[in-house]
Design a protein around this ligand. Structure first.
Ligand code: DLL
Length: 435
């Protein structure tokens, strides 16, 4: 692998469709057999669907197979879906989830190697290489962000600062003293770090960052521009979920027209969330993944609840891997306000298109007299915060108008002072639903 060559694994990332499908079919066949042999849950599901392992020979047959959901993972808590004996499991991660038991994921050594490989590909895609210093400000621990980025960064030979999330002062100190060139964290925390640099009056020449690798929560292109301006970097989107492996399921290349999915390991489909029919490329629906190379806990047609669409048109970067559009949001984050579907990302676009507001906001939903109400708490930036009621009222009116034009519903707009909305160090909590 030569420096400057941004395609880490050309054989896989630039394979032609026929080669890719052959590989996927072989892997899928093997995986179904393993699931059938070792996991009673999958054996029962496949039997119920009238499928014997030998029936599945090619990846096109995926659509005939049963789905797996988060509830299935909980029902088999903690290790019921593992296909290997405990002695072969070298690591366990878990995502906390808001209700009930955490979702548990196991890895064999081979799985850890695969994970490092896909994160290495991701970092190379963003032009990161040996010689770069990566400040990993995703949380280390059961969350997959910190360790996921860490192993991939080491694999490409970069220098890692494993600072984990939080402690903003220390983040800034390490960033300047150790001359970090790459920042990896959630986009909301990146925006907060950018603001903190300004607030602390740190000279721009002390900041050596040139690239950001941001993900773990939905973020809009407007948010990207805001972060790029604040930190004077190019910001890339990295996507993933613990159940599938962690970060590095898909990543944006230089063309920034969707994330390339590492489909030699994770086969994506997009389905209609109600009818469960597979949708053609280009149509928005729920993203589903089948992991075809994972050993410890492979997943069959796992419903992510993330909404996106797939595109197989040729990408100028030379990779042939299918692309998924930047996630619109999650089905479970979609608010239905008086019958209208609202995604936080739509409100974010409106707010960040206006120069007076910061990237920090909150949506508060209530039911009053059987009617849904939406309050949008909007933080005004230092420059535009004013003692003049007339000026603030004018901004409030514009936010109200722009949200109504975008969503077709009227929201109550509450302007709040600079720095008054709590900053998140990990995934931002933007919705408070009291219904
Ligand atoms: O968030 C893994 C990760 C860590 C991805 C660091 C990227 C960077 P979970 O905690 O299991 O895993 O949450 C997975 O987060 O289903 C999406 O809803 C959301 N998500 C992750 N990346 C993105 C992204 C990690 N780039 C859930 N854009 C997923 C939008 C994302 N949503």
């Amino acid at each position: 692998m030569q420096q400057g060559n941004r395609i880490w694994n050309p054989e896989r990332e630039c394979a032609d469709r026929e080669q890719m499908q052959k590989l996927q079919s072989e892997q899928l066949t093997r995986m179904i057999q393993r699931m059938y042999d070792h996991v009673p849950f999958y054996r029962d599901k496949l039997k119920e669907a009238g499928i014997e392992p030998g029936d599945i020979r090619c990846v096109e047959q995926l659509k005939t197979l049963p789905f797996t959901t988060k509830a299935d993972l909980r029902d088999n808590y903690p290790f019921g879906l593992f296909t290997v004996p405990q002695g072969d499991v070298v690591r366990i991660h878990a995502s906390s989830g808001t209700t009930g038991k955490p979702t548990v994921v196991g890895y064999t050594q081979q799985d850890i190697d695969t994970w490092a490989e896909v994160v290495a590909r991701s970092l190379a895609m963003a032009g990161i290489h040996r010689g770069d210093t990566i400040q990993v400000a995703y949380g280390y621990g059961p969350f997959t962000g910190g360790l996921g980025l860490h192993y991939g960064a080491e694999k490409i030979g970069a220098t890692v600062i494993p600072i984990s999330s939080g402690n903003t002062r220390k983040q800034l100190q390490f960033m300047t003293d150790f001359e970090a060139t790459v920042l990896a964290c959630t986009p909301s925390y990146a925006a907060h770090l950018g603001e903190s640099i300004l607030k602390e009056g740190i000279e721009t020449k002390k900041i050596k960052l040139h690239t950001g690798v941001f993900g773990a929560e939905p973020w809009t292109d407007e948010m990207r521009r805001e972060i790029e301006k604040l930190l004077r970097i190019k910001a890339y989107d990295i996507y993933g979920l613990s159940e599938v492996i962690g970060p590095g399921v898909s990543m944006e290349c230089d063309c920034q027209c969707g994330n390339h999915v590492f489909e030699d390991h994770f086969v994506p489909e997009v389905i209609h969330p109600d009818t469960l029919e597979v949708l053609p490329d280009g149509e928005i629906g729920e993203l589903v993944f089948t992991t075809i190379s994972k050993e410890a806990m492979p997943l069959l047609r796992y419903r992510t609840r993330d909404l996106t669409r797939l595109c197989r048109k040729k990408c100028d970067c030379g990779r042939t891997l299918v692309r998924m559009e930047k996630c619109l949001g999650r089905t479970d984050d979609m608010l239905i306000i008086r019958g209208v579907n609202v995604f936080p990302s739509q409100i974010e676009s409106v707010l960040l298109d206006m120069s007076e507001t910061t990237p920090h906001y909150q949506l508060i939903v209530r039911r009053e007299n059987n009617l849904d109400t939406l309050e949008v708490k909007v933080e005004i930036d230092e420059l535009n915060w004013s003692d003049s009621i007339r000026e603030l009222e004018a901004i409030r009116g514009r936010v109200h108008h722009n949200i109504r034009s975008m969503l077709g519903i009227s929201a109550t707009i509450k302007l709040v002072e600079p720095n008054s909305i709590q900053r998140s160090e990990g995934k931002a909590q933007r919705i408070l639903d009291y219904r």
